[in-house]
Design a protein around this ligand. Structure first.
Ligand code: NDP
Length: 309
């Protein structure tokens, strides 16, 4: 049984190292050097070429190298019946929470303005926005959204969360379903997108959504670039409907050199780093799934292709 890593734009040395440390006998192949395609039974994937998986007729599992699986499910030519798994790992939630908490506090305490003031040697105290007055709205209460909700709640922010099915999280106002979206948005001074990218959520950060937020709301998108209609964000910032945005993900990555987000005074751009998958942390669950695939045991963290996550 051979293990294929198919991640064309990703450095995979660390993956090979940590997988081999856990299973010294593992036969890891790195795409496009696959050898005999019939020997490939497990694929670890990040942005594979469309249709590629159909070449491996003995494939038992397609494992996403990250928490999201949109990069797999958007392939219209997936082999039927091959289970797809994703990464669920505490360090990813911790890393995501650090990023989002930083984005929220940076906005509330106006650190960007102080950096600008400092560059002009300007002593300019600003009134901070109190945590208690800033309701956070988290779209998506999954592995990552729940951790962020708990941490912001502990810091004293009132927190609302919105998910597909109803949740019960202490200290968090939980709303669920499309019917609750307007109510959820109407209270969110800071809107954080932590949804998976699915047909239902694509483009959800749009003009209508921004219009339903309190005037001057702030937006943080750490999910996928395709959740955001970029021109609607620019219009909402320019009109003052929104006060700013912190974006880690973009429709096109790397963000093109000519993109207006780079120089926009109200937008913070980071290069898709809010939560990175570390091979050392994640290799154990990948190896466990590889062994489950070999022995026919149930796989961990299987996604539902119908739901899209
Ligand atoms: P989960 O699958 O654990 O959680 C997804 C959440 O979104 C669930 O609460 C789900 O609701 C909710 N949801 C899905 N569809 C809808 C909908 N139509 N309406 C309302 N709620 C919906 O995902 P994770 O928390 O692990 O990850 C979320 C996303 O974060 C990933 O899919 C990925 O795109 C992104 N990500 C970004 C990273 C980065 O570096 N920028 C790193 C890692 C992930 P329910 O619970 O009811 O099913």
């Amino acid at each position: 049984m051979a293990f294929l890593i198919i991640a064309p734009d990703t450095k995979v040395t660390s993956w090979v190292k940590h997988l081999s440390l856990l299973d010294p006998g593992i036969d890891v192949r790195i795409w496009p050097d696959t050898g005999d395609a019939d020997e490939i039974e497990f694929a670890l994937s990040w942005h594979h070429p469309s249709g590629e998986f159909n070449k491996y007729k003995n494939l038992k599992c397609i494992a996403s190298l990250g928490a999201g699986v949109d990069h797999i499910l958007t392939d219209p030519n997936l082999p039927a019946g091959v289970p797809i798994t994703r990464v669920v790992e505490h360090s990813m939630a911790q890393s995501m929470s650090e990023y989002v908490v930083l984005g929220v506090l940076n906005h509330c305490r106006q650190f960007d303005a102080y950096r600008t003031d400092q560059s002009k040697k300007k002593w300019q105290p600003r009134i901070p926005q109190l945590a208690a007055d800033m309701r956070i709205g988290i779209m998506g209460l999954g592995q990552l959204g729940t951790d962020v909700a708990n941490k912001l709640s502990t810091l004293g922010f009132p927190v609302s969360g919105w998910s597909q099915t109803f949740k019960n999280i202490e200290g968090v106002d939980c709303l669920a379903g499309a019917d609750a979206l307007d109510d959820f948005l109407s209270q969110a001074s800071i809107l954080i997108c932590m949804l998976p990218l699915t047909p239902k959520t694509r483009g959800i950060l749009n003009h209508d959504t921004f219009d339903k937020l309190p005037t001057g709301a702030y937006v943080i998108n750490v999910a996928r670039g395709q959740h955001l209609i970029e021109k609607d964000l620019l219009a909402a910032l320019d009109s003052g409907r929104l006060s700013g945005a912190c974006l880690d993900v973009f429709a096109v990555e790397p963000l093109p050199q000519t993109h207006p987000f780079w120089h926009h005074p109200k937008i913070i751009v980071t290069p898709h780093i809010s939560s990175i998958t570390f091979a050392k942390a994640v290799a154990p669950q990948i190896i466990e799934n590889y062994k489950c695939a070999q022995t026919g045991k149930p796989l961990l963290n299987v996604v539902d292709p119908k739901k899209g996550y």
